[in-house]
Design a protein around this ligand. Sequence first.
Ligand SMILES: NCc1[nH]cc(CCC(=O)O)c1CC(=O)O
Length: 305
Amino acid sequence: MSTIVRIGTRSSPMALAQVDRVSALLRAADPELTVEVVAMTTSGDRWTGPLSDLGGKGAFTKEVDAALLGGACDLAVHCVKDIPGDRPVPEGTDIVAFLERDDVRDAVVQPDGITLDDLPEGARIGTSSPRRAAQLALHWPHLLPVPVRGNANSRLAKLDAGEYDALLLAVAGLERIDLTERISQILPVDAMVPAVGSGTLALQCRTDDDVTNAYARALRHEPTWLRTTAERTMLSVLDGNCHSPIAGYATLDDGTLSLHGRVIAPDGKTVLDASGRGTDPEALGTDVAAELLRQGAADIISATA
Ligand SMILES: NCc1[nH]cc(CCC(=O)O)c1CC(=O)O
């Protein structure tokens, strides 16, 4: 009898594209494997108000986590960016692999191709990310961040309906839904420091499910594991969640990790930067977080909690 792996996921077009990629990787490793998709709507998808009203903890991941724990699926695929830093995954499940990281940068979608520098005073920039809004305030204070909800496709529809002058979206997400032609500008990582775990997919299994664990572990991308671990360690020491204006970006060069952490006040007037290098991702993440805390990061983070 052939093995079946049931993959649990959000049902957005981006999430389904992510699952297609995981299915293809699993089947490349074992052509006999049967992969099924268990798609579900998460509370983050249903809620149309500000995400902060949901209490902020794993709005896009918790239903999938519950399905995994309850046995309705065997493998969960999450965007690392959507996994809370302070309460990573439920007991009884583990993140066992990160796939090779995609583009980490943020893109501007502006229908007339106008760059952020050239947009007029007060232009409405759709983003609900405190990290993006604060860095907009830091570098492009003439622009006005305006909250936008819904999956990437529905955000683009709102842009086209004239609700915003431009949108900020992840390059990786637009690649997954095959809409990179909508990108008008890609922001450099030193101006718009990426989110912790940007562009990275995580595979999560039940701890006691040896069969699925073996399939998932075989897909581990070690450099991405090291970079993501450094970033996520920093996030958890800072006790931040997706409402915190925290950015963290690690690179790996010849076995040495470099991590740049940034905490920005929502008005962009206070920006704390710290960076470090090392070979142990947890030690590096802890050190960079400690330096940010020394500079006063806790005050900014608790003011936005
Ligand atoms: N919930 C938002 C979210 N989570 C992951 C991605 C995109 C892919 C990624 O960066 O991993 C997005 C969309 C966006 O930020 O535009």
